[in-house]
Ligand binder design. Structure first.
Ligand code: NDP
Ligand code: OXD
Length: 309
């Protein structure tokens, strides 16, 4: 019995050390070094080669090394009865909040533009927006989205959220379902996407929906590249309906050389770093799910395979 790590992450050392520190009695190995595949019940995975899981006949659980599980769910060879779990970590949610706040404040105070002006020796004052001027819309108010929406509310922004199922509004107003999408979009001066990528959310940031945003709105996509219809974004930025976009996730990662996003003046690219899971912080929940798997107990942060998140 062991945990197998199947991942394209280059440096796995911090993951080995963190898991080992929490429980030195659990053997942890890589997909290349595993000795007896027929004894493996638990795989820790991030962007593993599809088809790999079929080689593990006793596999019970695949645990994502991130918050998203789409990289597992879109494996065409995913065995039918395998459980999927993902990370939900307060530290990761806080990192996402800090990234979001930085992106929003840069938008409000135009810091990047001043840096560009500086490089050309330009001294030019422009008007700025205040926190109290802005309404933020958070798409997906789950573990991360709710943390961000609550934090932004506390920071003084007007905030609304949109989710799949109905819920009472608390700190911020909550919209739900496709029927309320237009009301939600039409007020969002800055739209933050924190949805999981599912059959229902694929392409949700399309021309028809983004046109419902107020003129000069700004998009921050931290969910997945598949949420965004890329050419629709470029069209709405070029027509002036949207004023800019921070994109942290892409349909193809790394973003291919020559992609039109690279040189677009209104697009700000970061390489999927809104948050990076900290192995020491998430190792306890991984090992708890490992033990629960071998003891046939209920799992934490289990993904609903039908729902897709
Ligand atoms: P959760 O599963 O906790 O929350 C998902 C939220 O999305 C829920 O509020 C859910 O609604 C809502 N949702 C799902 N489907 C729909 C739909 N069809 N219509 C409306 N709302 C929907 O996920 P997390 O908050 O933990 O993570 C969200 C995503 O963030 C991840 O899947 C990943 O893609 C991305 N992420 C990106 C990172 C980065 O570095 N860029 C880092 C970490 C995560 P309901 O509450 O009704 O169920
Ligand atoms: C993700 C993550 O799901 O980095 O993107 O956790």
């Amino acid at each position: 019995m062991a945990i197998v790590i199947a991942s394209d992450i280059k440096n796995l050392k911090p993951w080995f050390s963190a898991l080992n520190k929490v429980d030195p009695s659990v053997e942890v190995t890589t997909m290349d070094e595993v000795r007896d595949k027929s004894a493996i019940e638990f795989i820790l995975a991030w962007n593993y080669p599809h088809g790999l899981l079929r080689k593990y006949p006793r596999l019970k659980t695949v645990a994502s090394m991130g918050a998203g599980a789409d990289h597992i769910l879109n494996d065409p060879y995913l065995p039918e009865n395998v459980n999927i779990v993902r990370l939900a970590d307060p530290g990761l949610s806080q990192d996402m909040y800090e990234f979001t706040l930085a992106a929003i404040m840069n938008r409000l105070r135009s810091l990047t533009r001043y840096r560009e002006n500086q490089m050309q020796g330009i001294w030019k004052k422009t008007l700025y927006c205040r926190i109290s001027d802005v309404t933020i819309g958070v798409m997906g108010t789950g573990a991360i989205g709710n943390h961000i929406a609550s934090g932004l509310h506390t920071a003084g922004f007007r905030v609304s959220g949109w989710k799949r199922t109905a819920a009472p509004s608390g700190l911020y107003k909550i919209y739900h379902g496709n029927d309320q999408l237009e009301s939600f979009f039409s007020n969002a001066g800055i739209l933050i996407c924190l949805l999981p990528l599912t059959a229902e959310t694929e392409g949700i940031l399309n021309k028809q929906n983004m046109q419902m945003l107020p003129k000069n709105a700004w998009i921050i996509n931290l969910g997945r590249g598949g949420h965004l219809v890329e050419e629709d974004l470029v069209e709405l930025l070029d027509s002036g309906h949207l004023d800019g976009a921070n994109l942290d996730v892409f349909r193809t990662e790394p973003l291919p050389p020559g992609h039109p996003f690279w040189n677009h003046k209104k697009i700000f690219i970061t390489p999927h770093i809104a948050s990076i899971p900290v192995p020491g912080s998430v190792a306890p929940q991984i090992l708890e799910n490992y033990r629960n798997t071998i003891e046939n107990k209920p799992l934490k942060n289990k993904v609903n395979r039908q729902r897709g998140y």
